[in-house]
Design a binder for this molecule. Structure first.
Ligand SMILES: *Cc1c(COP(=O)(O)O)cnc(C)c1O
Length: 507
């Protein structure tokens, strides 16, 4: 079977994984998939001695067949050496009779670091022999922007430009972005909503005249969104690693199936679990956990994906999503590569805002996926109870997964909830959930009070923010985004060239 990648919507123009990573999205608007890389190859019995890096090398090597062993090894070393504050990278810890897979020990305290520390490394390798300078442009509702900044800052030949909704992110999230150090970064507020910013970023990507002007200077735009193969591939690692951790501690018998409860937004995280299963890991149920934006919950029960509904702002904002882009990859895989079906479903979504999946395909999907949902009230109650009864403090995204796990009938399998953010990143909501009054407090005071009441220490990269210098204060109208991107390219790559030129002179 082919080790090349192609679009979920057609087989024309197969590309290597390096090209797929550089381009982000297929030319026809589909997502890159490969038919040959998800073959059974992960046998836990053979891998018990593997540490996280060894697992990452194995999992990435399989999915990115045109990367050499040395290239993969270099990427893994640079991505995960000294960047996570746990030697296990993603440690598994106990919560009652179940387990948490802690994915928030990276530089921005959210799970997106696992992939966004890796993506710049993969892009760096993919760029070799390409020669173009890559400007990564992203609109963010909070977590992705900072994780992309942390990953791409000072990476040669790349720049990163982040847009966030003015007044639409928390103080902590805003400061995480506007205090970002580095010469190749741009951060800008947009006077509008996240959707306004996102729409304009997409406009910049689709602007042919802009693309041509940049191409003349050897520059190209790319995306750090979770549709990129280079963001999805690294996430498979922690499913395997969690399995091995649990076998080593004696909690799990080799060969037994493990159930995962995954707080879900864009469907990237839980899809990586499905990839692990297709690659041979004994995965039982993958439980998609939704907040009040329960479009996936309805889909998995009815087979109808309907985005025509009210959007809810919740205490788990990184899951406030109505179009879960990566679901398209699952539809492709579960239908055995029926690109015509996927194309017609995606056309329905674009034109009507709704699509209906044939029952035989839903049977395939339901063979691996279950679903559950928790609104803010139940999530808060779960955070409060888990703190009081287990002494474990959850953030609101993890709280959704734990709430769903708590109400699900035990399957007989060992169960793991994916813990996707540090509770200190969402101090106000967590403080409310454990029954403290936050009404007169600033975000940072909430962090201090939460630390005091729980005896836990906030990650330094969050508590230090209030002392950092603010570097970015631009606020623009949404329509100005494409022009801002072009200026950012000129500034970032112009400076980089001058620096390169002057250092040559010095030598
Ligand atoms: C992005 C994010 C999620 C959702 O992950 P998806 O891959 O989009 O499904 C959950 N929790 C947190 C904290 C996140 O930042």
């Amino acid at each position: 079977m082919s080790l090349f990648y192609h679009s979920t919507r057609g087989f024309s123009e197969p590309v290597t994984s390096k090209q797929a990573i550089l381009e982000g999205i297929a030319p026809d608007g589909g997502l890159f998939v490969s038919d040959g890389v998800l073959t059974p190859c992960l046998d836990p019995a053979q891998l018990l001695a593997n540490d996280y890096d060894a697992n990452a090398r194995l999992v990435l090597g399989k999915q990115l067949p045109d990367f050499s062993e040395q290239e993969v090894a270099g990427c893994v070393r640079r991505a995960y050496t000294g960047t996570f504050d746990s030697p296990a990278v993603t440690p598994v810890t106990a919560v009652g009779d179940d387990w948490l897979l802690e994915l928030f020990h990276g530089p921005t305290s959210a799970f997106k670091d696992v992939a966004l520390q890796m993506l710049p490394q993969l892009m760096g390798v993919a760029r070799q022999g390409d020669g173009r300078e890559v400007m990564v442009v992203t609109a963010t509702s909070g977590d992705t922007g900072k994780a992309a900044l942390a990953g791409f800052t000072d990476k040669p030949g790349t720049g990163v430009c982040v847009f966030y909704p003015d007044g639409g992110v928390s103080d902590v999230q805003r400061l995480q972005m506007v205090t970002q150090a580095g010469d190749n970064v741009a951060v800008c507020a947009v006077s509008g909503t996240f959707d306004d910013a996102q729409t304009q970023v997409k406009r910049a990507f689709g602007d042919r005249a802009l693309a041509e002007r940049l191409a003349e200077k050897g520059q190209v735009l790319s995306s750090a969104n979770s549709i990129n193969v280079g963001r999805l591939a690294p996430q498979v690692t922690y499913y395997l690693d969690a399995y091995l951790q649990l076998v080593r501690t004696g909690a799990l018998e080799l060969g037994d199936e493990l159930d995962f409860f995954v707080p879900t937004g864009n469907f990237g995280d839980v899809l990586a679990g499905y990839y692990a299963k297709r690659m041979g890991l004994p995965v039982g149920r993958l439980v998609v956990c939704s907040n009040a934006n329960d479009v996936l919950y309805d889909f998995l029960r009815t087979g109808v994906y309907d985005r025509r509904r009210d959007f809810h702002r919740t205490i788990s904002p990184s899951m406030d999503i109505l179009v879960s882009s990566n679901l398209e990859r699952l539809l492709y895989l579960a239908s055995d590569g029926d690109v015509e079906l996927v194309s017609s479903l995606m056309r329905d979504l674009a034109e009507k805002g709704v699509y209906t999946v044939p029952e035989r395909l839903m049977e395939q999907v339901r063979a691996s996926f279950s679903c559950g949902r928790a609104d803010d009230e139940r999530t808060r109650a779960t955070i409060g109870r888990t703190w009081r009864e287990e002494g474990v403090l959850l953030d609101p995204h993890t709280g959704v997964a734990k709430a769903v796990m708590d109400e699900t009938e035990p399957s007989g399998h060992v169960r793991v909830a994916l813990a996707t953010a540090s509770p200190f990143k969402f101090s106000r909501s967590v403080l409310q959930a454990i029954g403290e009054d936050d009404s007169s407090l600033s975000d940072f005071q909430c962090m201090d009070v939460l630390a005091e009441r729980t005896g836990l220490t906030p990650p330094a990269q969050l508590s230090d923010l209030r002392e950092r210098e603010v570097r970015f204060t631009d606020v623009i109208a949404p329509e100005e985004v494409p022009a801002y991107v072009e200026q950012a390219c000129a500034r970032v790559f112009g400076t980089a060239r001058e620096v390169a030129a002057s250092s040559e002179v010095c030598e």
